[in-house]
Every structure is written in structure tokens, then in C-alpha cells.
Design a protein around this ligand. Structure first.
Ligand code: FAD
Length: 474
């Protein structure tokens, strides 16, 4: 008699190494059914944004190829997870379902129900860690509350030794029967008319192999100078691992293991950034509506402006502030934006334009390949001042000075705002102050081929301070 198979569900863990659900199922010595369900019907779940869907398509292709090499085929289905799992159990006679845990609140709710339903039906349902270093439900302050300040959270997290990553299986024995699998193209994850994804494809290599290459490149070439370079958008000084982490193509355990014996200053800084990701999930777990509700309710009384044309100018990179425009265009072209510039562009939208942070969060959600429910919401609230351990409300980035400090040669601006290429460094972050003759010489006509500033920063700053004053947080 053939042993009953185990179903391994893939979700945001699209990798075969350090995948405990997969390796535990293989270790059980039974045939496997590897299944990915594209389920957009989850209650309260937010559909993935367009850039993140593009990534998912390519990541699934990569996973499917990697599994095939080990002897398994990835079954692709679209629809309700409980129904498709039940159908797969029925067809295959599986008596166990394994998966790695997810941590966004609608996912947690769905997986909790799935687990109890399967168990009530006499099946084995087992879940494993892999997406986060800590279990948000299990880490609390001495008083039993959740952490609202990063440093104590980080200190506590640092006390926990991350487990070693588990190796990838050398081969998989697949269940031999026939299961209906859908065509990946039918998930409609790729943009069609227009197909705007060429810039994404040029920059990124979705999938586990791409993630490993990025980590390797980072360790070899960037880690030592990371502490300084991470703030310079004109230099490729960061890991670029965020979209890979978002889809679970690499686990934080693998990253921590790779850093283990590194003593460079950059290694400590990098561990800290990885821990910000943990902190964001810690907050999301405890505040499930983080992308909708101010973490600090005193900010609810802030009077945001309704400014659709300003919002559009920001989205399109046409604000007249070069560093803001470069960032927004980098995002549009490549699906990613440098962290320093994310802070500058977010501050500009929230404080200079006085537009609700939720509008910016939504735009990033749709356009980022690394769109992440915890990091995005927590970071937007951090900039707005409404979040946990956030920037103080009176910290208002000056987009000109930020540009001059972090992009002194204008390398980043020139890359994404080619209209300004010929301006000398002195004016590349403040074209509106350049003499008319110089502008003409450099081929810049403000208001025509590059916008005049949407707003005067000094006046906008005063307006923001006034608006924030009326929040009880101010
Ligand atoms: P590295 O500097 O190489 O850092 C390594 C990893 O650490 C990142 O991949 C990420 O997982 C984590 N990390 C780094 N910085 C932060 C941070 N500030 N908060 C949380 N985790 C961090 N990050 C996302 O992954 N998804 C998002 O949707 C997202 N939205 C953001 C929105 C705003 C307004 C801001 C200011 C930041 C946002 N971030 C988001 C955080 C950060 O900008 C990105 O994680 C980082 O730029 C990714 O590039 P990297 O992988 O090269 O980072």
C-alpha cells in the first residue's frame, strides 16, 4: 500500500532552502503534494499591488522550476484555500498538511481556522517558523504589553539566538496521481496594456536564486561600507533583499546565519535593519489595522488637505523638487526606492503637501515590488509621526538640504531626472534658484520641461506645523 501523501502549502515562503514545512514533510518519508493557491478572497485581506503581482508571477515560475529539479511539481490553483485544500485532501488521500506561518492579521485568522478545521477532520496540520525571527504573539515587555519602542525590542530580540537554517532537500518524492493544476498565466499577475514592467525586469531577478545572489553580492561588496553607504541613494549600498524577503525567497534565519561571524560595523547596522522588519510585524500583529488607523489616535484630529492634483504630481515625480521627483520616478520605473528617499518623498507628501499618509501608503502598496503590509504601514506612520516610536511631528525634511546632503554630486537626481543632467551640482537640487541664463544654457525651462516647485517649502513647513499643532499629539 502506498503511504498517504503530505500536502505542503506554499504562500509567502517561495523557496526550497530553509523551508521547514517542506523539509519536515520530506523527512517524514512520504510522498508530497506541493501546492500554491492564489486566494484573493480572504476576508479583510488586501489584494497585492500591481508591482508585487508581477514579482509573484516570476517567483512562482522560479519556485516551480526549482521544485521540478528535485522531483516535485508545483500545483497551481486559484480560489478559496479551505475549499481547494479540502478537495486536494479528498483526491490524494493526504492525511497531513504542512505550511510556514504568515503574519499579516487576515492570514493569521485564516490559517488558524484552517488548522482547526483540518484537525477536527482528523488530519495533521502543522505550521512552522521561517518568515520572522520572533513570534509576535510570544514576545512581550516585562509588564506583559507589546513593544512600542524599537530599542528595547531590539535588545530583547538580540537575546534570542536565531536557529540555524535548514538545508534544502536533496530530492522530493512526489505523489504520483493526477491533480488539476492551473496555468500561471491565468492568474493574470502580469501587466498587459500597457506593459510597464520592462524597468522591473531589468533591475530584478525574482526567485530564490536571485535572492541568494543578492545576499552574496551584498556580503562580498557592500557589507563593510553599509553603515555609511546605506544613506546614499546614488550608490548601490544596500542589499536590495526587500522584495525577496517580502515573498519569502530568503528567510531572515539565512541572513542572520550569513552575518553570524561578521564583526564589521556594517553587520551590526544590517542586523538592526532586519530587526526593524521584525518590529514592524510586531506592531502589525498588535495593531491589525496599521495601514488604516493612526497608531496614536491623537493624530485622528489632523486636518488633511484634499489635493488630488498635488497627489498626482507627487506620484508622477513632477513636484519641482529634484530629489522627490527622482525618488518617485525610481519607484515608477523599477518598483523600488532607496530608503532615504522613501523618507524624503513620504515627508514631502505628508508635511509639505499635507496629504493623508494613507494616500501615500496606498501608492507605495501598488508600485513597490517589496510592498509589505507591516513595513509599509509602519514606515508611513513613522514618517507621519502617528506611529510607534515615530519621528517627532516637527521633524520636517527639507527636500533641498536632504538632496544636497545625501546626493551631493547629484548622481541620483541625474539618473532619474535627466532634464536636469546638465545643471551644475550647486543647482541640481534647487533649479528654481539658478540664474535664467544658466538654466537656458543647460536646457532647462522651468514650468515646461521641468516643473516649477509645486509649493514653497518654507511656507509649507509653517503650514504643517500649524496643522500638527491642533492634534493633541502636537
Ligand atoms: P537594506 O538596507 O539592505 O535592509 C535589509 C532589510 O532590512 C530590508 O530588505 C528590509 O527587510 C529591512 N529593513 C530595512 N530598513 C527597514 C525599515 N526602515 N523598516 C523595516 N524594515 C527595514 N520596506 C519593505 O520591505 N516594504 C515596504 O513596503 C516598505 N515601505 C516603506 C515605506 C516608507 C515610507 C519608508 C520610509 C520605508 C519603507 N520600507 C519598506 C523600509 C525600507 O525602505 C526598505 O525595507 C528598504 O529600502 C529595502 O531596501 P533593501 O532591501 O536594500 O534594504
Amino acid at each position: 500500500m502506498r503511504p498517504d501523501p503530505i500536502i505542503v502549502l506554499f504562500r509567502n515562503d517561495l523557496r526550497i532552502s530553509d523551508n521547514r514545512a517542506l523539509s519536515s514533510a520530506v523527512d517524514a518519508g512520504r510522498p508530497l503534494v506541493t501546492l500554491f493557491i492564489f486566494d484573493e478572497g480572504l476576508q479583510d485581506a488586501r489584494p497585492a499591488g500591481a508591482a508585487s503581482r508581477w514579482w509573484l508571477h516570476h517567483s512562482l515560475l522560479a519556485l516551480s522550476n526549482a521544485l521540478e529539479k528535485l522531483g516535485a511539481n508545483l500545483v497551481l490553483r486559484q480560489g478559496s484555500t479551505p475549499e481547494i485544500v479540502a478537495e486536494t485532501v479528498r483526491v490524494t488521500g493526504a492525511d497531513a498538511v504542512f505550511w510556514n506561518r504568515r503574519y499579516s492579521p487576515p492570514d493569521i485568522a485564516a490559517d488558524t481556522i484552517l488548522k482547526s478545521t483540518l484537525r477536527a477532520n482528523g488530519l495533521k496540520a502543522e505550521s512552522f517558523d521561517g518568515f520572522l525571527l520572533h513570534e509576535p504573539s510570544q514576545l512581550s515587555t516585562r509588564s506583559g504589553d507589546f513593544y512600542k519602542v524599537f530599542t528595547p525590542f531590539y535588545n530583547r530580540l538580540s537575546e534570542i539566538d536565531p536557529r540555524d537554517p535548514v538545508d534544502m532537500p536533496s530530492q522530493i518524492t512526489a505523489w504520483k496521481g493526477t491533480l488539476r493544476s492551473e496555468n500561471l498565466d491565468d492568474f493574470n499577475l502580469l501587466p498587459k496594456e500597457p506593459n510597464w514592467s520592462s524597468g522591473l525586469a531589468e533591475r530584478w531577478h525574482p526567485g530564490e536564486a536571485g535572492a541568494k545572489d543578492r545576499l552574496q553580492l551584498f556580503l562580498e561588496e557592500r557589507l563593510d561600507s553599509y553603515a555609511d553607504d546605506r544613506n546614499v541613494p546614488g550608490v548601490e549600498g544596500t542589499s536590495g533583499l526587500s522584495p525577496h524577503l517580502a515573498r519569502g525567497e530568503i528567510s531572515p534565519f539565512q541572513i542572520m546565519a550569513a552575518l553570524r561571524h561578521r564583526r564589521a560595523k556594517g553587520a551590526e547596522t544590517f542586523r538592526k535593519e532586519i530587526s526593524w522588519r521584525e518590529f514592524s510585524y510586531h506592531l502589525l500583529f498588535n495593531r491589525p489595522k496599521l495601514h488604516l488607523e493612526n497608531f496614536r489616535p491623537e493624530f485622528d484630529s489632523l486636518n488633511w488637505r484634499s489635493a488630488p492634483s498635488a497627489l498626482k504630481a507627487w506620484q508622477r515625480g513632477r513636484t519641482g523638487y529634484p530629489i522627490v521627483d527622482a525618488g518617485m520616478r525610481e519607484l515608477w520605473q523599477t518598483g523600488w526606492m532607496h530608503n532615504r528617499v522613501r523618507m524624503i518623498t513620504a515627508s514631502f507628501l505628508i508635511k509639505d503637501l499635507l496629504v493623508d499618509w494613507r494616500d501615500g501608503e496606498e501608492w507605495f502598496w501598488g508600485t513597490l515590488v517589496d510592498a509589505d503590509p507591516a513595513n509599509n504601514a509602519a514606515s508611513w506612520q513613522w514618517v507621519a509621526g502617528s506611529g510607534a516610536d515615530a519621528a517627532p511631528y516637527f521633524r520636517i525634511f527639507n527636500p533641498i538640504l536632504q538632496g544636497e546632503k545625501f546626493d551631493p554630486e547629484g548622481a541620483y537626481v541625474r539618473r532619474y531626472v535627466p532634464e536636469l543632467t546638465r545643471l551644475p551640482n550647486r543647482y541640481v537640487h534647487r533649479p528654481f534658484e539658478a540664474p535664467a541664463s544658466l538654466l537656458a544654457e543647460c536646457g532647462v525651462t522651468l514650468g515646461e520641461n521641468y516643473p516649477s516647485p509645486l509649493i514653497d517649502h518654507a511656507a509649507a513647513r509653517e503650514r504643517a506645523l500649524e496643522a500638527y499643532k491642533y492634534t493633541r499629539g502636537g
